[in-house]
Write a protein that binds this ligand. Structure first.
Ligand code: AKB
Length: 338
């Protein structure tokens, strides 16, 4: 008898760690299988069965499906936007081929057991490509179907995989196997995420979290985008809550496969001001990286998340003041004092 589990890929990453923690403490006695190229930090011992492995390793998946029955898959593994611009082919392999391999595995499992497999896929504001700064300043709450013209490899990968997921949930079939495929695909387009406990690697929104963490450590920081650069952001606990809320929403209430979610929009200069107010001695200046600036300029300053609010009651707990004053600043301060 195969063991029923929730599979989380990319579990050692920022969002993975926060999600594992939440799922292992939610009282539901979840059995969690985590997969990542890296080890989970020591404090995660006992929260999941952890496998060190590559989502591109077909033999690994062939072994896992004989042992486990995946009820829900949170597919978080990805190369983020800046990293993907440096290695676009690798990004395509990980972000697209990896997602395809997992969708195929989920499809086979759903056929074998005659029940749906839920597939939760975090997408990103990178799926958008606003044409110029005038449009960005004017169109402050882009809807899911606006400006789907990404200018990065990561954005192209995310946008395509959203569509791949929808395809698998509606049209994919393996003619050789005469049983229906049942994939319940659900995706969220996230803004920049900021965690008090981990730092992202390889993203373009990293200047937000990096600025706060550097100030708390007493290290100087050079922000790589202009002070007027505006993007939507969200505190990590809200991101995890939105993933779980979408996963738990009754299928019948969903009118889309892909939902925008957001919390607050803020410029780099405003983040700097908030950080300086909390850490008056912080040294934060600007050293603009033109490629990363170009990416940020192509992402919207805000998202319209009306559909998520209407369909499954999405509402962030952390607005801008609570995110900084109650979550980020106190936790980050304490982390480095310790
Ligand atoms: C990145 O900067 O690549 C990510 C994202 C916006 O998806 N944080």
């Amino acid at each position: 008898m195969r063991e029923k589990v929730i599979l989380i890929t990319g579990a050692a990453g920022e969002m993975g760690q926060a999600l594992v923690q939440e799922l292992s403490h939610d009282g539901a006695n979840n059995r969690i299988l985590t997969l990542d190229l890296n080890y989970m930090p020591d404090e995660f011992k006992g929260m999941s069965t952890h496998i060190i492995g590559d989502i591109l390793d077909e033999r690994l998946f062939a072994r896992l499906v004989t042992q486990y029955d995946f009820d829900v898959i949170f597919h978080l593994a990805a190369l983020l936007s800046t990293r993907a611009e440096f290695s676009p082919e690798l990004a395509h392999r990980v972000n697209v081929d990896g997602t395809l391999a997992l969708l195929k595995m989920a499809a086979e499992q759903s056929q074998a057991r005659g029940r749906p497999v839920q597939f939760i896929f975090p997408s990103s504001i990178a799926a958008y490509g606003v044409p110029d700064l005038e449009t960005k300043a004017r169109d402050l709450r882009v809807r899911e179907w606006d400006w789907n013209m990404p200018s990065t490899m990561y954005g192209c990968n995310k946008l395509y995989c959203e569509q791949l997921g929808s395809y698998f949930s509606r049209h994919y079939m393996q003619l050789a196997v005469n049983r229906p495929v049942m994939i319940d695909f659900r995706s969220l387009r996230f803004p920049g995420l900021i965690s008090a406990f981990t730092l992202p690697t390889g993203g373009t929104t990293d200047y937000g979290p990096e600025m706060i963490h550097a100030a708390a450590k007493g290290e100087p920081y050079a922000c790589f985008v202009r002070e007027d650069s505006c993007l939507p952001f969200m505190a990590m606990p809200d991101a995890v809550r939105s993933l779980l809320q979408l996963a738990n929403a009754p299928r019948a209430t969903l009118t889309r496969d892909v939902y925008n979610v957001t919390s607050f929009s803020i410029t780099a200069g405003e983040i700097r001001e908030r950080v300086l107010a909390a850490f008056p001695g912080a040294e934060i200046d600007y050293d603009i990286d033109s490629r990363r600036q170009g990416i940020v300029d192509s992402w919207p300053a805000g998202l319209n998340d009306k559909a998520a609010r209407r369909d499954w009651g999405w509402e962030p707990v952390y607005d801008i003041d609570r995110a900084f004053d109650e979550y980020l600043i106190p936790n980050i301060r304490q982390r480095y004092q310790n």
